[in-house]
Design a protein around this ligand. Structure first.
Ligand SMILES: [Cu+2]
Length: 123
């Protein structure tokens, strides 16, 4: 029984260390996860705007939206105007991604901030 409890404690300790490690890394270098991703296009969410607000990409490209607000309490979301895809709300340091396989013009917005709109042109 003693060894079982020891094993359980060890597992909890390792899990806590893992969670703590992820949290620290995300706070110190919020852009790092983006750099680790396969080639794609990044749109930054800053000052309640999408930057750049319009990107043109090849079919099959993954677009990554990164909440880059300085105020850690400012959430955003990314919602297709036709509602075919949508993120949940996400905080600074977090990201949402969507892969565009079909050519066309894809308009989107953040429903938390009026006028926060953008578009992805897929060629
Ligand atoms: Cu927003």
């Amino acid at each position: 029984m003693g060894s079982f409890i020891q094993a359980l404690l060890l597992a909890v300790t390792m899990l806590t260390a893992t969670i703590g490690g992820v949290g620290v890394r995300a706070q110190e270098a919020p852009e790092e996860p983006v750099l680790d991703r396969p080639p794609g296009v990044t749109v930054r969410l800053q000052e309640n705007r999408f930057r750049p607000a319009r990107v043109t990409v090849a079919a099959g490209t993954t677009v990554v939206w990164v909440n880059d607000e300085e105020d850690p309490s400012v959430e955003h979301n990314v919602i297709a105007r036709d509602y075919r895809w949508a993120s949940d709300n996400f905080f600074p340091g977090e990201a949402y991604e969507h892969t565009f396989d079909t050519p066309g013009v894809y308009r989107y917005f953040c429903d938390l901030h009026g006028g926060m709109v953008g578009q992805v042109i897929v060629e």
